[in-house]
Design a protein. Structure first.
Length: 141
């Protein structure tokens, strides 16, 4: 067991957390994150790599592009910048307090690997928003 490699005082701090069950809503959100993320990835892979013959990771590039689109309510950022919905989405991150914080965070996020970017957005989406995204995917568009 990995805990056997840790000092006893650290083990004693960790163990009590194992006795605290997570809430049903958090458990449901985690399950939804995982299943919907896999579904979106498979649909995009099929559409862009299998059907259109584009090289990987173009499927994930298209996925993050469409996630950005939904997050900004399909308003082009080059014309409109970010809309209130976009800011409110990122203000769900408890470490971001202002719109300026969101802009700095987005700048850093855009330098990350595409899977990381997808996970950040996907994690901020509610279950309803993830499901709306999946319902609007149009394979073979």
């Amino acid at each position: 067991m990995i805990l056997s490699f840790l000092p006893i005082d650290i083990i004693n701090r960790i163990i009590p957390y194992t006795y605290q069950p997570q809430s049903k809503s958090l458990t449901r959100d985690i399950e939804n994150f995982y299943t919907t993320r896999i579904t979106a990835q498979k649909l995009y892979h099929y559409q862009y790599v299998v059907v259109f013959g584009e090289p990987e990771p173009s499927d994930r590039d298209w996925l993050i592009n469409d996630i950005f689109g939904l997050s900004n309510q399909y308003f082009p950022t080059i014309v409109n910048g970010y809309v209130d919905y976009f800011y409110n989405l990122f203000l769900r991150n408890r470490f971001l307090k202002t719109r300026e914080d969101v802009l700095r965070y987005i700048q850093k996020t855009e330098t990350k690997e595409v899977n990381t970017q997808i996970n950040i957005f996907w994690g901020l989406f509610s279950i309803k928003e993830r499901n709306i995204f999946l319902q609007n995917i149009n394979p073979l568009q």
